[in-house]
Design a protein around this ligand. Sequence first.
Ligand SMILES: Nc1ncnc2c1ncn2[C@@H]1O[C@H](COP(=O)(O)OP(=O)(O)OP(=O)(O)O)[C@@H](O)[C@H]1O
Length: 249
Amino acid sequence: MSNSAQPILEVRNLSKHFGAVRALNDFSMTIAPGEVVALAGDNGAGKTTLIKAISGVYKPTSGEVRLEGKPVSFSTPQEARDSGIETIYQDLALADNLSIGGNIFLGREPMTKKFGFLPVLDRKKMSEAARDTMALLDFHVSRMDAPVSNFSGGQRQAVAIGRAVYWNARLLIMDEPTAALGVPEQRKVISLIHQLKAQGRGVIFISHNLQDIFAVSDRIVVLRRGVLAGERRIADTTHDEVVKLMVGG
Ligand SMILES: Nc1ncnc2c1ncn2[C@@H]1O[C@H](COP(=O)(O)OP(=O)(O)OP(=O)(O)O)[C@@H](O)[C@H]1O
């Protein structure tokens, strides 16, 4: 099988139980390269548990996760990240006082030796990486070196996405990326997700907003009480049908 035909992510019969609580039960899904899959479900449906079981926060009780065909078992989120799975939570995990470049290299700062003396921060590499990565996302701000605290919510979301792209994430898991934003900013984030898709990455898009889900996703997977309630191609479903899957009955 060629690489392009192979799913980026395959989850097979995944379960995560907390004592008697079956937060996720026998759940399976796949994500192809360049595919955006929305993950929906009411509060407590198991969405967070699923993404944490994929991304190395929780060890699954049972089941299998395959990344580009290979079974993986991550002990930490850092291991998942190193393998190409990046989760962007709502807090974005940005350092407000640092620039875009500073945030891209947060904790992995590149060093250089000047005139053979002690290593110093390679600021040139950081600012070039910031410029090139954000250009790839068609993202423009007047001052690339400004602290990200100066940016709007949508711009900050773009910086978090840029960091994932720079480190070559194959799968981005985005937890409610549009929830805290006004409408124009929501549109920007939707267009960023379209760019990730065009670059052949996979995206899991968690949202309570059906309009956003329908604007950007290829498929929707609905969880209810820890199990798969249904899976539809966006082109073949409606808001009504999705709501019925979410609430059941
Ligand atoms: N660490 C834990 N210990 C015990 N129960 C848990 C734990 N984490 C989640 N649960 C339970 O598992 C179920 C699924 O929770 P989860 O947070 O995955 O849902 P969710 O779909 O992400 O909800 P929300 O949209 O509110 O974030 C809930 O019943 C929750 O109470």
